[in-house]
Design a protein around this ligand. Structure first.
Ligand code: MRU
Length: 377
C-alpha cells in the first residue's frame, strides 16, 4: 500500500540544520536563531542581542522544541552576562517564557549556576560571563552527543521489537535538527533506520495548529532522501486501521517521575490508537527532559496558547489578515481550546529511550533507577 503514495521530495542540503549559534561581531555578542516561524518558505536568521528578544523568540516559537529550548535558555543567560545585564532577572524571564518543556529551566539554571559560582570564586563579572558561555556550549555539545546515542539505542529497540526491518514509522510534531544540538530525538532514530536501510516510510502528522510536522519535519525529511508522507492529524486512525504503522516515535517536553509524557497535543490520541492496534509507542528524549521533581502527569503544567492559532492558519507565504497575523478559517469571535501539549500516561508508553538507557516497561522505579544511575556518574 505504501508505494501508491507519491515519492516525496529530496534535496542535497546537509541533514544537520544549525538552529542556533553564538556569534561575536564587533558590536558585541549575539545569539543567532533560524526563525522557525518562517520555515519552510524562507530561511531567515533572527539575531537576539538581549534576553527579552530571546524570550519573545521562545514565546513566538521562532526557537522551539524541548532540547533546543534548554540550549537557547543557557545561551540567553550567557548573553545577558556578556552584555552586562542583570543575570538573575534574565534567567527568571527566560526560565518562565514557556512552562511545559522542563529543558528550558534546566538549561537556564545550569548557565546561571556556572555564572554565580565563577562570580563567587573570582569576583569578576567578565570571568563569570565566560563561565556561563562555557556552560551553554557544554550543554549544546552534550545534547548533540545524547542525540547520537539515542539514535543508536532507538534503532536497536526498533530492530528488537520489529524483526525484519522495513519499518513504517509514524511521528508527530518536530524532533530533528531543528530542536537539537545534533540530529534530534525521535527523528534521529528514524534517520538511523534510514541509514541502516531499514526505514520503509516516515509518516508525518501535520500537527495542527502550528503545523510543526508539515512545515518542519517534512523540511527535515526532504533533506535526507527518506521516503516520507504527510497526513492530517485526523487521518492517523485510518492509517493504523489499514495496518500501515509499525511503530510510533515521538519526543517529549517533560517526563514526570511516574513516566507520564507531556508532548505536543495530539500525542496522547496516537498512544491510544497504538495500544488498540498493538503497535509500539516509543518516546525518545534526553535525560534533561526527565523531571524527577514532577511526580506525575497531573502535576505537569500544560501551556495554553492563544485561540487565534486555531481560528486562523498562519502559513508563512499566505497574505496575513487575522488578529494573529494568519488567514481566518473560523467565524470572527470563535472561541478556541488550544493546549500546546497533552499528557500520555505511562501505561500507554511501550518504552522511553534516553541517551543513558531504555526504560521498558515504563515504571516510576525503572525511571528513577536510570536517572539516579546516570546522574551519579
Ligand atoms: O510547541 P513546540 O513546537 O515547542 O513543541 C515541540 C514538541 O512538542 C516536540 O515534540 C518536543 O519538544 C520534543 S522535541 C525533541
Amino acid at each position: 500500500m505504501a508505494d501508491q503514495y507519491a515519492q516525496s521530495g529530496e534535496d542535497n542540503r546537509p541533514t544537520e540544520i544549525p538552529a542556533i549559534r553564538w556569534d561575536e561581531p564587533p558590536e558585541g555578542p549575539v545569539l543567532v536563531l533560524l526563525d522557525q516561524t518562517r520555515l519552510p518558505a524562507e530561511e531567515v536568521e533572527l539575531v537576539c542581542t538581549d534576553a527579552p528578544a530571546l524570550v519573545e523568540a521562545i514565546r513566538s516559537l521562532a526557537v522551539r522544541g524541548a532540547p533546543l529550548l534548554g540550549i537557547a535558555g543557557a545561551y540567553g543567560v550567557a548573553l545577558a552576562a556578556a552584555r552586562g545585564f542583570d543575570v538573575d532577572d534574565a534567567a527568571n524571564a527566560l526560565a518562565g517564557a514557556r512552562p511545559t518543556a522542563v529543558n528550558l529551566a534546566v538549561g537556564v539554571r545550569r548557565a546561571q549556576a556556572a555564572y554565580r559560582a565563577e562570580l563567587v570564586r573570582s569576583g569578576d563579572a567578565g570571568e563569570a560571563a565566560v563561565a556561563a558561555l562555557a556552560a551553554a556550549r557544554a550543554l549544546h555539545r552534550e545534547d548533540a552527543e545524547a542525540s547520537a546515542r539515542m539514535a543508536e539505542r532507538g534503532l536497536a529497540l526498533l530492530d528488537e521489537l520489529l524483526p525484519g526491518g522495513g519499518h513504517r514509522i509514524l511521528t508527530h510534531c518536530n524532533t530533528g535538527s531543528l530542536v537539537s544540538g545534533g540530529e534530534g530525538t525521535a527523528f534521529a532514530v528514524a534517520l538511523a533506520a534510514q541509514r541502516a536501510g531499514r526505514l520503509r516510510r516516515l509518516w508525518v502528522d501535520e500537527t495542527r495548529p502550528l503545523l510543526q510536522g508539515a512545515r518542519l519535519t517534512a523540511y527535515e525529511a526532504a533533506r535526507t532522501g527518506m521516503a516520507y508522507t504527510l497526513l492530517t492529524d485526523n487521518a492517523a486512525g485510518s492509517l493504523f486501521a489499514a495496518g500501515e504503522v509499525d511503530a510510533v516515535l515521538i519526543g517529549a517536553d517533560r517526563i514526570a517521575a511516574d513516566g507520564s509524557v507531556a508532548n505536543k497535543v495530539g500525542s496522547y490520541p496516537l498512544a491510544v490508537l497504538a495500544r488498540y492496534h498493538h503497535v509500539p509507542f516509543i518516546v525518545v528524549a534526553p535525560l534533561t527532559t526527565v523531571d524527577p521533581d514532577t511526580p506525575d502527569g497531573a502535576a505537569i503544567e500544560v501551556e495554553q496558547r492563544p485561540g487565534h492559532e486555531v481560528t486562523e492558519v498562519a502559513v508563512p507565504q499566505a497574505p496575513a489578515t487575522g488578529a494573529g497575523g494568519g488567514v481566518p478559517v473560523a467565524p470572527l469571535g470563535t472561541q478556541a481550546y488550544n493546549p500546546a501539549f497533552d499528557v500520555t500516561p505511562p501505561e500507554l508508553v511501550t518504552a522511553i529511550v534516553t541517551e543513558e538507557g531504555t526504560v521498558s516497561p515504563v515504571t516510576a522505579e525503572a525511571l528513577a533507577e536510570l536517572y539516579g544511575r546516570a546522574r551519579q556518574v
